[in-house]
Design a protein around this ligand. Structure first.
Ligand SMILES: [Zn+2]
Length: 189
């Protein structure tokens, strides 16, 4: 499947989710059996850990369809990048979606600033470039979108595996924004 076809499937699945018409297919025992030998997910999602933003539901997908990496603030750190590299290099997945979302707690915490302890400070540090690139007092949701866009670029800058795959035209990285209220995913750039 090309990255264009993958994106089309994600959009179709999200439209079903928004309209409360989930197919809910590919989640049963026969699907499990068919996947024992391996996986061929058609999209990689770098999403937030937020319980309200569940890629498999938001895109109406089942087992083996999405290679999902979740970390608060959907940031590109060494571990999330390495996970994505695995899917690009060894699984052959062609589409990478960095999925930010409305009212993200991690972005809100980054904006609030202060000392949040070693681990959270480290994580929030990955969101700082989006704050710097945004207007002063920009709404959190604007910074969320900027964070998704910059993270998409970061994935390429920090990974030769991802960059080479993108440069060859085979893989595409796209930023997106999930609306908590409607469930709709807006694809940014
Ligand atoms: Zn979040």
């Amino acid at each position: 499947m090309t990255h264009q076809e993958s994106l089309k499937r994600l959009k179709e699945g999200n439209a079903r989710f928004v309209e409360d018409h989930l197919d809910g297919k590919l989640q049963d025992s026969s699907r499990r059996d068919s996947l024992i030998g391996g996986q061929t997910p058609y999209a990689i999602i770098l999403g937030c850990a937020d319980s309200r933003v569940v890629p498999e539901l938001a895109f109406d997908t089942g087992l083996g369809e999405l290679f999902t990496v979740r970390v608060a603030g959907n940031v590109a750190n060494s571990s999330s990048i390495a996970s994505i590299e695995y899917a690009v290099a060894h699984v052959g997945t062609k589409l990478i979606v960095v999925l930010g979302h409305q009212s993200c707690g991690a972005v809100t915490a980054a904006v609030a600033g202060g000392d949040n302890g070693y681990n959270l400070n480290h994580l929030l540090g990955h969101i700082t470039p989006a704050m710097v690139a945004s207007k002063e007092n920009a709404p959190v949701n604007d910074i969320v979108k900027k964070n998704a866009e910059l993270t998409a670029i970061e994935l390429m800058n920090r990974s030769s595996i991802i960059k080479n795959a993108v440069d060859s035209g085979e893989v595409k990285v796209i930023a997106a924004y999930y609306n908590l209220d409607s469930g709709k995913v807006d694809f940014l750039k």
